[in-house]
Design a protein around this ligand. Structure first.
Ligand SMILES: Cc1cc2nc3c(=O)[nH]c(=O)nc-3n(C[C@H](O)[C@H](O)[C@H](O)COP(=O)(O)O)c2cc1C
Length: 208
C-alpha cells in the first residue's frame, strides 16, 4: 500500500520536513513504500489561484488520490498550520481524503500552540472525509536537533511518540492490506524515496 509524505512548509531547510523524512525512513524500514510531495515545489501562482488544471498541480492531486495513507507535515504558523498547506488542501475535492489514513505532524517554536493540529488541521482533514486521522505528533524546535554529520536527533519523548505513530500507521496499513483493501499505484510524478541525509531539505541552503 502506498504512503504519500506531504511536506507543508514553505521553508528550506525545514524542521517539519526533516521530521517527515525521518518518519518516511522508519516506514520504509517496516517495508512500506512511499513517495514525497513538497508543497513548496508546486507552482506558487497556480497554487494561489486555485488552478487545479495546471499540470504540476494535477500530478500532485493525483498523487494524493493514489495514496492509501498520508503523513502530513506542517510548521505551526500563527497558531495554526501553514498557509501553503491550506492552499493545497483547498484544491482537493470535497471527499479528497476518503479511504485514507492520515498521520499529522507539526513542528513549532514552543508548546504554546500544542493543540494547533487538533483544532485547526484535524477538522479540515475530517471534512475531506479522511478514513482515520491518527494521533498527531507535535514537536518543538528544542526537541528536534539537526547536525549535518549526525542527522536528526529527537528528544526521547518525541522519538517515542514518532515510533508509536509509525507503528500505528504501519499496523493499520497491514490490516487494510490483509483485508483486501485496494492498492493504488504511485503517481508518475512521485519521487522515489531517498535517504534522509541525501535530501536537499537537509542542506543549509537551497539545492539547485
Ligand atoms: C511565519 C512564522 C510563524 C510562526 N508562528 C508560530 C506560532 O504561532 N507558534 C509557534 O509555536 N511557532 C511558530 N513559528 C515557529 C515555527 O513553527 C517553527 O520554527 C517550526 O519548526 C518551523 O518549521 P519549518 O522549519 O518546517 O518551517 C512560526 C514561524 C514562522 C516563520
Amino acid at each position: 500500500m502506498s504512503i504519500l509524505l506531504l511536506a507543508g512548509s514553505p521553508a528550506i531547510p525545514s524542521n517539519s520536513s526533516r521530521l517527515l523524512l525521518h518518519i518516511g525512513d522508519l516506514l520504509a524500514a517496516r517495508g512500506h513504500r512511499h513517495s514525497r510531495l513538497h508543497i513548496r515545489d508546486l507552482p506558487p501562482r497556480a497554487l494561489l489561484h486555485g488552478d487545479s488544471e495546471e499540470s504540476t498541480i494535477r500530478r500532485a492531486l493525483a498523487a494524493v488520490a493514489a495514496a492509501d495513507a498520508l503523513v502530513i507535515a506542517t510548521p505551526v504558523y500563527k497558531a495554526a498550520y501553514s498557509g501553503a498547506l491550506k492552499a493545497f488542501l483547498d484544491l482537493l475535492p470535497q471527499n479528497g481524503l476518503a479511504n485514507k489514513y492520515i498521520l499529522p505532524i507539526a513542528t513549532a517554536g514552543s508548546q504554546s500552540h500544542l493543540l494547533a493540529l487538533d483544532y485547526a488541521l484535524r477538522p479540515v482533514l475530517q471534512a475531506l472525509e479522511a478514513k482515520q486521522v491518527l494521533t498527531s505528533v507535535f514537536c518543538t524546535t528544542h526537541q528536534l536537533q539537526w547536525n549535518d554529520d549526525a542527522g536528526l536527533n529527537l528528544a526521547p519523548t518525541i522519538a517515542a511518540r514518532v515510533q508509536s505513530g509509525v507503528e500505528e500507521l504501519s499496523g493499520l496499513l497491514r490490516h487494510a492490506r490483509s483485508g483486501g483493501a485496494s492498492v493504488h499505484a504511485v503517481g508518475p510524478h512521485a519521487l522515489p524515496a531517498r535517504s534522509l541525509r541525501d535530501h536537499p531539505y537537509n542542506a543549509n541552503s537551497q539545492a539547485a
